[in-house]
Design a protein around this ligand. Sequence first.
Ligand code: XIL
Length: 359
Amino acid sequence: MATFSRRETLLGGAGVLGALAGNALARSQSPISSGTHSPIPFGAAVRPALLGSDADYTRAILTYCNQIVAEGGFLFVDLHPQRKEFRFDEADRVSAFALANGLGLRGHTLVWYGVMPPWTEEISSAAEAERELERHIETVVSRYGSSIRSWNVVNEALRDDAKRGSDLRPLIWQRRLGADYIAIALRAARATDPSAELVLNEYDIEFVGDRFRGKRAAFCELVHTLLDQGVPLDAIGLQGHLKGDLDIDKEGLGAFVSEMRKAGLKILVTELDVVDNQLPADLRMRDVEVALRAKDFLAAIAAEAPLSALLAWGISDRFTWVPMYFKRSDGLPNRPLPLDAEYKPKPLMQIVDRVRYGV
Ligand code: XIL
């Protein structure tokens, strides 16, 4: 495969398949990180029900991760299913697991259009929306302050076809409050926990193509508008749901990261995985393509800014959201994550290690 050998040379020439498969990889390559010496915290999204109950899964999390984020359990719909009812049991278990094992915990997420409980549709005025949004954020952020030091405050605010910072997705807060809902959410989070890191989290920022260039520009505009208004914001979360069939726009992504850095913001990768439904069936080839895509992405970021955290959206191919949306037509299981379904490290884990340790 022509593309493959071209990409192969990008990683250092002397047979990336062999190098990726062996421990020699790290030492034979130039550093992927931008010169930080302390390791970059690495983590994964976890399924709360498996923590502590599935021994292999739990061991993998404890072996590889310094921090975790809950794949579900901290969403608005999980925590606040009825107007007058908060449910904390699942989130409490994740938080207790993190504290008991000395792991960092990221909060995902205070605001997201994805799933919202039906009661929020009854919110009928701007004043009521502001009250409910602030009440939710104050309740949740104050409860988890001892474990969660970094919050995805707003997740996926921008429309897929966004070109301007004002091209926001509809959700109840946006419909009742307009663009102000983002500032309201960030201010409520800062007021509740002044030292927690506040993050805007987005996807589809990194690929080659007009739509992605448009979304990058929109994200920059949104961020500058917020900062110009004095709204508290500390960091940008790049989800990093990469696609095996979409190239990384290294220059465009680098310029984006550099602009965010100049604006004083930190950069996190919050949900790394590589969607492999369009990649070759051959497992070895596929795993290398996955690793190289992640390498392109992480190297483009690291060239412009130190990563303050790197999290994958799961640890093992055994538990991943990818087949829900991107099943392979040949029926083979997806392999988007750093460990395979038997918890063996894949080439993607070597890329993660190189980034983590700057080797
Ligand atoms: C996915 C979860 O992994 C699934 O389990 C859930 O059913 C749907 O959402 N961006 C996000 C995540 O911010 O919350 C999404 O996670 C993946 C895309």
